[in-house]
Design a protein around this ligand. Structure first.
Ligand code: YH5
Length: 283
C-alpha cells in the first residue's frame, strides 16, 4: 500500500503538484562522453529534438546535465560545463517548451547561469555539500531544489539508510540556513553514487524509510549499472529493468522518476497508480 503524501512545490509559472500521480523527469544528456546516449544530443538542435520526443511521451520536467558523473569521468571546468548546457537551455526556451527545465549540476555558478537562461529547477547530485552556495542560488531565485545523496566518505560499516538520513540532516540544514523554503526541497537517495551493487538493492527495498524526513522523493535508477550488473546487458537494453525499479519505488511512495525512456516508465506507473488509487478510463 503506497502512501503518497501530497506536496505542492512552487515553481516559476505554476506548481509541481506531487501526490499519487507520478511525475516523470526526462534525462537530456549533453555530455559528449555519455555512454547511454552516445553524445548524440550535444547540439542544441539535436537536444531540442530529443526533448520534444520526451514531452510527447509525457515528460513533466526536462533535466539537463553537462558534467558526467559516472565513475572515472573527468571533472570539467565551469566554462566547459556552461558551454554545454547554456545553448541547449536557450534553445529549449526559445522553442516555447512548456515544462520546467532542471539543471543537473553541483556548481553554484552553473546553476545561476542556467536559471538566468531559463531553467526553473536546480538538481544537485552533491546534496548541497560540494558548493553549499548553490542553496543560496536556489533561495534567491525561489526555484525547487533537488538534493541527492552522494557521500564518498561515509562509514561503510554503518547502516546505509541511517547514513543517508544523517547526510540529509546536514543537507536540510544547509538549505534552511541559505533561506530555501521547506516547500522547495526534494530529496533523492542517489542510486549508483558511492554505493555497492548490493547496497543499491538494499536501498531500493527500503526507500519508504526516507519519508520520515518529511520531503518528497525523486529516484534515478534509469539504465544504471546496478541493472547491467544483475542482468549482464547494455544500457539501452535496460528499459524493462528500469521500469521494474520505478514501480518498486512508486509502491514505496516515491513521487518523481528520472528516466531516459519516458513512455514505458509512465505507462507502467499509471498502471500502478490505478491499482493503488482507483482506475479511470483514458479519454
Ligand atoms: C540521479 O540518480 N544521476 S547522472 C550511469 C548510467 C546511466 C545513467 C549506464 N544525475 C542522477 O544518470 N540526478 C545523474 O549507466 C542525477 N538523481 C539525480 N537527481 C548519472 C546517470 C547515469 C549513470
Amino acid at each position: 500500500m503506497p502512501d503518497h503524501r501530497a506536496y505542492n512545490i512552487p515553481v516559476k509559472g505554476g506548481v509541481l503538484s506531487l501526490g499519487p500521480a507520478p511525475l516523470i523527469m526526462g534525462i537530456l544528456n549533453v555530455t559528449p562522453d555519455s555512454f547511454s546516449d552516445g553524445g548524440k544530443f550535444s547540439s542544441p538542435e539535436g537536444a531540442l529534438k530529443q526533448a520534444r520526443a520526451m514531452l510527447e511521451q509525457g515528460a513533466d520536467i526536462i533535466d539537463i546535465g553537462g558534467q558526467s558523473t559516472r565513475p572515472g569521468a573527468d571533472e570539467i571546468s565551469t566554462e566547459e560545463e556552461l558551454s554545454r548546457v547554456i545553448p541547449v537551455i536557450e534553445r529549449l526556451i526559445t522553442s516555447g517548451i512548456k515544462v520546467p527545465i532542471s539543471i543537473d549540476t553541483f556548481k553554484a555558478e552553473v546553476a545561476e547561469q542556467a536559471i538566468k537562461a531559463g531553467a526553473q529547477i536546480v538538481n544537485d547530485v552533491s546534496g548541497l555539500q560540494r558548493e553549499p552556495e548553490i542553496a543560496r542560488v536556489a533561495a534567491r531565485f525561489e526555484t525547487p531544489l533537488i538534493a541527492m545523496h552522494w557521500d564518498k566518505n561515509r562509514d561503510k560499516d554503518k547502516d546505509l539508510i541511517a547514513e543517508i538520513k544523517r547526510f540529509f540532516t546536514k543537507t536540510i540544514s544547509i538549505a534552511d540556513m541559505a533561506g530555501v523554503s521547506k516547500k522547495s526541497l526534494i530529496l533523492d537517495p542517489g542510486f549508483g553514487f558511492a554505493k555497492t551493487f548490493s547496497e543499491n538493492y538494499l536501498l531500493l527495498n527500503r526507500i519508504a524509510e526516507l519519508h520520515e524526513l518529511g520531503f518528497p522523493l525523486l529516484i534515478g535508477t534509469s539504465r544504471k549499472s546496478m541493472l547491467g550488473k544483475l542482468l549482464n546487458i547494455e544500457p539501452k537494453e535496460r528499459v524493462a529493468a528500469t521500469v521494474a525499479t520505478s514501480i518498486i519505488a512508486y509502491q514505496s511512495g516515491a513521487h518523481i522518476f528520472r528516466v531516459h525512456d519516458v513512455a514505458p516508465n509512465l505507462q507502467a506507473l499509471r498502471v500502478a497508480m490505478a491499482t493503488s488509487y482507483g482506475a479511470r478510463e483514458a479519454e
